[in-house]
Design a protein around this ligand. Structure first.
Ligand SMILES: *Cc1c(COP(=O)(O)O)cnc(C)c1O
Length: 431
């Protein structure tokens, strides 16, 4: 496969853009090789600068639920652009999308639009602290909530260890207010609430984790989390930036029936344009400025073009059968791989919900970040490269989830499964 143009572009970009990319995972560091530069996308395919065509399992990390360049989204963007690009003032469009979002996620009584998932989670944390007058927050190890200072924290081992920053530039004074706990661990959660319960403003969680691979919560863990938050007057924040409109139309809260106080949305909600949303119980949301004292603002928030794209996507999600069929089609890809991996003794496990799935080179599904680190990450990198050579674009990291669209039909998935088996066979032969 020719990748010369991508290689040249990356080499040049490195002189002008920090690390050559505008978001670290794009640099292919964990899988090796150089990143592919794309120039076009149609349906479930993306096309690179060298003229290669790939079946896309990333979908811009979620938004492409209906495939790339969906005609309703494209025409909504064009139509709005011709009417006005930005006013920095309220529009009717924002009211319309707010109503749609609320109808899909009934736990959201009021919302605010922002420009990214990071902004959404950051605003949730400030609102939770401002509402409860408490300082500490709990997050779970391996969950990613954007590059917010307080949330870019993980802890050492052990129960309820106070946070050590994950990045230079985050003062310890701040990260010490973040308590990091293992995912799916009820006793660690209980212990943290026993110790710090009267000072925990919020718990933030990816209610299905998508940023340490794809990991589902144990339902009792999620229910206990809800109970503990209610009992301790702690605000429960579901970060559904990745799962909202993806695992089910109404996100994990619809799928698993556990209701948060606040929800952060992103990725999908903008239909591929930069949009984030946070919202929840009106009683809490009323604390935001100008009605309340908690400040949050945005010059381009609710931008008409971004809103038009999001609205055009959300409207097309009216029929929720698409989630069942995406899930079935994902299994058409994953089941044959699992069967073959078993035959040739390669450890393999997977999980799917709606249009999102994950797989691990391990015999059983990981329950938390520690488990993920014990899976065969090197095997993933080899598999990634062999699939890339076969024109299948997987997320370039074992710690990411895969995304498909309604256009990834049975035929395409079976063909991709065949290529996956070929890749595994080559890997096996090389061992
Ligand atoms: C992507 C992501 C974010 C951050 O969103 P950005 O738009 O990249 O700032 C936050 N939380 C989760 C769960 C995400 O997957």
């Amino acid at each position: 496969m020719k990748t010369k143009k991508s290689q040249d572009l990356f080499a040049k970009s490195k002189h002008h853009i920090a690390g050559g990319v505008n978001s670290p995972v794009r640099a292919f560091k964990s899988v090796g090789g150089t990143p592919i530069f794309f120039k076009k996308s149609r349906e479930c395919y993306i096309y690179d600068e060298d003229g290669n065509k790939y079946l896309d399992f990333v979908g811009s990390w979620g938004p492409m639920v209906l495939g790339h360049s969906n005609k309703h989204i494209v025409s909504a963007i064009k139509n709005q652009a011709s009417k006005g690009i930005s006013f920095g003032a309220p529009t009717k469009n924002e009211l319309e999308i707010a109503k749609i979002i609320k109808s899909y996620l009934p736990s959201i009584e009021k919302l605010r639009m922002v420009n990214s998932g990071t902004e959404a989670t950051m605003s949730c944390v400030r609102l939770a602290r401002g509402t409860t007058n408490k300082k500490k927050i709990i997050k779970f190890i391996g969950c990613y909530h954007g590059h917010v200072d307080s949330l870019l924290v993980k802890a050492g081992s052990g129960l309820a260890t106070l946070g050590v920053p994950d990045s230079p530039g985050i003062p310890e004074e701040l990260s010490q207010l973040t308590i990091s706990l293992p995912y799916n661990d009820i006793s660690a959660l209980d212990a943290a609430f026993k110790e710090y319960g009267d000072d925990i403003a919020a718990v933030i969680i990816e209610p299905i984790a998508g940023n340490m691979g794809f990991i589902e919560p144990n339902i009792n863990f999620l229910k206990e989390l809800r109970n503990l938050c209610t009992k301790n007057k702690t605000i429960l924040i579901f970060d559904e930036v990745m799962t909202g409109f993806r695992v089910a139309r109404g996100g994990v809260q619809e799928l698993l029936g556990v209701t948060p106080d606040l929800t952060a949305l992103g990725k999908i909600v903008g239909g591929g344009l930069p949009v984030g949303v946070y919202g929840g119980r009106a009683e809490i949301m009323n604390n935001i400025s100008p009605d309340g004292p908690v400040y949050q603002a945005g010059t381009l928030s609710g931008n008409p073009i971004a809103v038009s794209a999001g609205t055009a996507l959300l409207k097309q999600l009216a029929n929720t059968e698409i989630y069942t069929s995406m899930e079935e089609n994902a299994k058409k890809f994953l089941n044959p791989i699992k069967k073959y991996a078993d035959e040739i003794n390669i450890p393999f496990s997977f999980n799917v919900r709606g249009g999102m799935f994950g797989f691990f080179f391990s015999n059983s599904l990981p329950q938390n970040f520690d488990d993920v680190q014990k899976t065969d990450i090197e095997l993933f990198s080899k598999f990634f490269r062999k699939m890339l050579e076969r024109n299948i674009y997987l997320p370039p990291s074992a710690y990411e989830s895969c995304f498909i669209s309604t256009l990834h039909d049975e035929g395409k998935m079976l063909k991709a499964a065949k290529l996956a088996k070929e890749s595994l066979k080559e890997i096996k032969d090389e061992i």
